[in-house]
Design a protein around this ligand. Structure first.
Ligand SMILES: NC(=O)c1ccc[n+]([C@@H]2O[C@H](COP(=O)([O-])OP(=O)(O)OC[C@H]3O[C@@H](n4cnc5c(N)ncnc54)[C@H](O)[C@@H]3O)[C@@H](O)[C@H]2O)c1
Length: 295
């Protein structure tokens, strides 16, 4: 039977919705988004008869996708609790989504012989792997990576693991407790408020534009070799440097638990295997944002 669906868990979220758009243009597959809308009501739905939005929890995937299971080519598993700081405040929810829910997704892929493409986090790579213990979020993401890789050896699961690095750009959250730093800075800049930099501000991050990331996600589907790929830019900026690109008005806020001081990259075959070359520079993006908003 011809497999003609791509499933994206978290398909109504930031990366998932941008990827949906891209896959519609680059492939002939129909897309199913499975999302519980936990990051709020978002206007990310794309009106297209090839896209179906299913509202529900990942942990119910067996029931929700029962009728499609034989027709699914690949599952991009992006629908998880996705912020470090909030994972301390909502630890139970983080584990329910990232452990209970993700185990069911992985099991569904194993039993139905579907490839999984997993959204891993660079936050658990640093400090010779010890940074995976810095927060419930990082720990849960790193356990899923281990389980997926072991499932390949134990049960023949096909996979690609994609590490994302501080993704920003179109459709990101800007005014929400799950917003990330670029979205928060954009919102504060527009309102003329001082930018809140988490002390000490010299935390370094690799900031990657969504338009580069979705190309990497697509290439992993087309060319991935059951491997791990880092979809960063290999360039790092401190949070303070980024804030100063936006505005002179800056206010420090208290240091937070779970904070890392650098973004870590391992040996990476993203260029060799996938031909992945990120093109967009964060400085150019911020300058464009300020120009378009008369700031
Ligand atoms: N954005 C980044 O910089 C970044 C960096 C590293 C890793 N990641 C990972 O990439 C993935 C996507 O990130 P994003 O920035 O698009 O996040 P997002 O919060 O915008 O999107 C996640 C989506 O998943 C949905 N979701 C969460 N838990 C779910 C569940 N249990 N069942 C069904 N749907 C669920 C949410 O409602 C949301 O729409 C996440 O797994 C995140 O951990 C993102």
């Amino acid at each position: 039977m011809k497999k003609n669906y791509i499933v994206i868990t978290g398909g109504a979220g930031f990366i998932g919705s941008n990827l949906t758009n891209y896959l519609l243009k680059k492939t002939n597959f129909n897309i199913i988004s499975l999302d519980n809308y936990s990051t709020g009501k978002r206007k990310n739905h794309i009106k297209n008869k090839r896209v179906k939005y299913i509202i529900g929890e990942n942990k119910n995937i067996f029931k929700l996708l029962k009728i499609y299971k034989k027709k699914i080519k690949v599952i991009y598993h992006f629908g998880e609790f996705s912020r470090i700081y909030q994972s301390f405040k909502e630890c139970k929810k983080c584990f329910d989504y990232n452990i209970t829910g993700s185990l069911r997704i992985i099991e569904f892929c194993i039993l139905n012989k579907i490839k999984i493409i997993y959204s891993a986090s660079s936050s658990n790579l640093g400090n010779q792997g010890k940074d995976e213990n810095l927060s419930p979020y990082s720990w849960s993401k790193s356990k899923n990576v281990e389980f997926i890789k072991n499932s390949n050896k134990w049960f023949g699961l096909k996979y690609e693991i994609l590490y994302f690095y501080n993704v920003y750009g179109r459709k990101q959250l800007t005014n929400n407790k799950m917003a990330a730093v670029i979205g928060i800075f954009e919102n504060q800049t527009k309102k003329g408020e001082p930018l809140t930099v988490v002390y000490p501000g010299n935390q370094k991050r690799d900031f990657t534009n969504i338009d580069d990331v979705i190309v990497g996600c697509y290439l992993a589907f087309k060319k991935g070799k059951n491997s791990e790929y880092m979809l960063g830019t290999l360039k790092q900026h401190t949070v303070l440097q980024i804030a100063r690109m936006f505005s002179k008005k800056i206010k420090f806020v208290k240091a937070r638990p779970g904070e890392r001081f650098g973004s870590f990259h391992m040996a990476n075959n993203a260029l060799k295997d996938l031909g992945y070359k990120p093109r967009i520079k964060i400085r150019d993006y911020i300058n464009k944002f300020k120009y378009e908003n008369n700031l």
